[in-house]
Design a protein around this ligand. Structure first.
Ligand SMILES: Cc1cc2nc3c(=O)[nH]c(=O)nc-3n(C[C@H](O)[C@H](O)[C@H](O)COP(=O)(O)O)c2cc1C
Length: 273
């Protein structure tokens, strides 16, 4: 049985989740959402997964845009994995509702907790805690693979009620401001004009002017630019010079560049473990 896993990622947690899940399921393709042009996308796989980071207690804009082009087919099994840092809140409920309005039915939705990449609030935390999260995430992916293999229908996972209500409201408040939140990015003297920020940005929001990044205000806030900058020269607001950067340890810059390159080969994973 074939599976297509569409993923979106800023720092590799969702890519790693997609890869690990693909290995468990076997005969699966992993396809970066950021490489999909704005035209209709049809999947011929029996099972279609959407794997993405939770952004501001909700579904990232780029993933919502992807739902607009994903072809509807009631014979397919649609499922989702919301990769987060401990506050999934009502993200999967939001996704289920959004999919419903587009004629797509989400059969199951899972959350996975990974280290945070939201650097405006701090670094990813101590390495031993990160490793604990990777280990638990690996175990959870096994459970997800079992459920998906059986095409199980179940309620989507969600946070506590108070979190869902409060944070869904925060999400609605912040959503329209996301594209221009890049006004808080700036670059310090460590910038060596390598241009990696421009290359790694999954939405073409960074231009180089005299070798330095300029943000174009159609940002998705994935934070790939700040997190992948080799000399940690990109900053956001006043505090990030003090904070450690985060990238998933098994995801390489070359994987991310492939993600942000519009034309390329999809990664096909056939091994089942
Ligand atoms: C703009 C932004 C907002 C975020 N909001 C949330 C959130 O509401 N809840 C949460 O648990 N994690 C949040 N995070 C953390 C990410 O969801 C988490 O680190 C995720 O694993 C990153 O996945 P990625 O490496 O595939 O991008 C946020 C991260 C970013 C960049």
């Amino acid at each position: 049985m074939k599976t297509d896993l569409f993923y979106y990622t800023g720092t590799g947690n969702s890519l790693w989740t997609a890869r690990t899940l693909a290995q468990k399921l076997g005969d699966a393709r992993i396809i970066p959402i950021s490489r999909i042009p704005g035209e209709a996308v049809e999947s011929r796989a029996d099972r279609v997964g959407i794997i993405f980071p939770v952004h501001m207690w909700g579904v990232p804009r780029r993933v919502i845009a992807f739902l607009n082009v994903l072809a509807k087919d009631p014979s397919r099994y649609y499922f989702a994995v919301a990769v987060n840092a401990g506050q999934v809140a009502a993200t999967l409920l939001q996704l289920k509702k959004l999919m419903h309005t587009k004629g797509l039915s989400l059969s199951s939705g899972f959350e996975i907790v990974m280290p945070t990449n939201y650097i405006p609030w701090g670094g990813p935390g101590p390495k031993d805690k990160q490793i604990m999260r990777f280990t638990k995430a690996g175990e959870k992916i096994k459970t997800i693979a079992d459920a998906v293999a059986k095409r199980e229908k179940r309620a989507v996972e969600r946070g506590p009620l108070w979190q869902n209500m409060l944070f869904a409201w925060f999400n609605r408040l912040s959503f329209s401001h996301v594209p221009t939140m890049d006004k808080s990015f700036w670059v310090d003297d460590k910038c060596n004009s390598c241009g990696i920020c421009h290359t790694v940005c999954p939405c073409g929001n960074i231009e180089l002017k005299e070798g330095r990044p300029v943000w174009l205000h159609h940002c998705e806030q994935c934070l790939a630019c700040i997190q992948w900058c080799p000399p940690a020269a990109i900053q956001f607001g006043k505090k990030t010079q003090r904070y450690e950067r985060y990238r998933h340890p098994e995801v390489k810059l070359s994987d991310m560049i492939a993600v942000s390159t519009p034309q390329g080969e999809e990664e096909k994973i056939t091994e089942s473990v």
